[in-house]
Design a protein. Structure first.
Length: 187
């Protein structure tokens, strides 16, 4: 069980991911909220560092980015995700798509990851999965043989993340990985 939670890399934020990674891996699947977009209550803002990093990754060889986000079929969340995908495409020159998953398809289930792989039209070895959630993003990426990168959450956790137990679950899973495998991802 713990093996699926073990990321291939860990960085404190999206901007710290080394651009050399995209010389061999030309495709990225990424979480959206709290990974590339700072989400504080009703205000959502695009991380300038993430956009600048994506430009650097494009120069290094990144061709196509797919955002994989759990929306639970809420129309407003879908429109927001599509808006940010278009905004990032315009600012970076990358081809950017967005796959919005409903409750039955949500991460870490395979269906969303398989849709992303199909949309990218490549083999899983060429894809980097970036996310801030061990249980949803990293587990799903590992189950689909993607190269997984864990980044810290942008900003503070939303109150709903505390109530749902996501924050505690993430911290316990990360602590469990450190204890079980002797991991030290500190820089």
């Amino acid at each position: 069980m713990f093996k699926t939670l073990l990321p291939d890399g860990y960085y404190r934020n999206f901007a710290e991911i080394p651009s050399q990674l995209f010389k061999n891996k030309h495709y990225m699947v990424s979480d959206l909220d709290q990974t590339v977009i700072l989400k504080n209550y009703k205000v959502h803002s695009l991380s300038v560092e993430a956009v600048n990093s994506l430009k650097t990754y494009k120069e290094a060889g990144l061709k196509h980015l797919v955002f994989l986000t759990n929306t639970n079929a809420r129309e407003l969340k879908k429109r927001r995700a599509e808006y940010f995908a278009k905004l990032i495409a315009a600012q970076t020159g990358l081809q950017v798509d967005c796959i919005c998953l409903n409750y039955r398809e949500r991460k870490p289930k395979n269906i969303g990851f398989q849709r992303a792989i199909s949309l990218l039209g490549c083999i899983p070895d060429q894809i980097v999965m970036v996310g801030d959630q061990l249980v949803a993003d990293i587990k799903g990426g590992n189950r689909n043989n993607l190269f997984t990168v864990l980044v810290d959450n942008l900003g503070r956790y939303h109150w709903q993340s505390w109530i749902s137990g996501r924050v505690i679950r993430n911290k316990l899973a990360f602590l469990g990985l450190r204890l079980r495998f002797g991991l030290d991802y500190s820089k």
